[in-house]
Design a protein. Sequence first.
Length: 281
Amino acid sequence: MKPSVLLQYILPHRFLSRIVYQATRWEWAPWKNFLIETIVRNYNVDMGQAAQPDPLAYPHFNAFFTRKLKPGARAADPDPQAILCPADGRISQSGRIRDGRIFQAKGQEYTAAELLGSEEAAVPFRNGSFATIYLSPRDYHRVHMPLEGELTGTTHVPGRIFSVAPFAVEAIPRLFARNERLVCSFEGAHGPFVSVMVGAILVSSVATVWDGLAIPPYASDIIRTDCRSRGLKLERFAEMARFNMGSTVILLLPEGYEFDNLQPQQQVVVGQRLGQWAGSV
């Protein structure tokens, strides 16, 4: 086992993530400017697309990291049947869910039931499709709706907080089904779909547009919230959540949706077409 992978198993994930959560909200200018300048320089962040293009104008690092984009920086594919990319980043993997099993990386897979924390919730996706999008520190970290849908519920699944960088995804079995995550379930025009916000080491904080901060606190048991009585309908391309620091989004769609020939490590942006509804209307 490589040292970088071994370290993932022995590090105190939640302790480190709590420290980073506080550190990225510290407003002391020398500290927050150092963090922001380091990320902008090392990851070549394009601030020209941000609503506030001056990186040092943000009150703390997390405000910079979750920055808004200026109007028109992203646009939704005009085809109403198209699946929209929910986040800026790179395709980790995409394709068919085969008998409930999802491909993670060469030699690695996990089940939809493990990911969603429920055998029942996984039934509509048994032979559906999935797309996994990895967000790096340089990316826009707000997550948008791939389709129009009404929120039916959320499931906060407890777990580890392994890195979701490519080296870890290739080496750690069932990584996405082991990390702390928030499953956001929707009912769309052609059936249910889910966006899974997967936490990662140092970056395991998730907030939604309907309830605000969802993680932390970290969970010790699965927490299910029924939202069907709230009438929360989100439009296609609308913002739905954000990572306070970055991670991975996994889309699960039922049969009838098909992703295009997306390639691993392909760069993608919010709103671009990932596939389409190909079933009967």
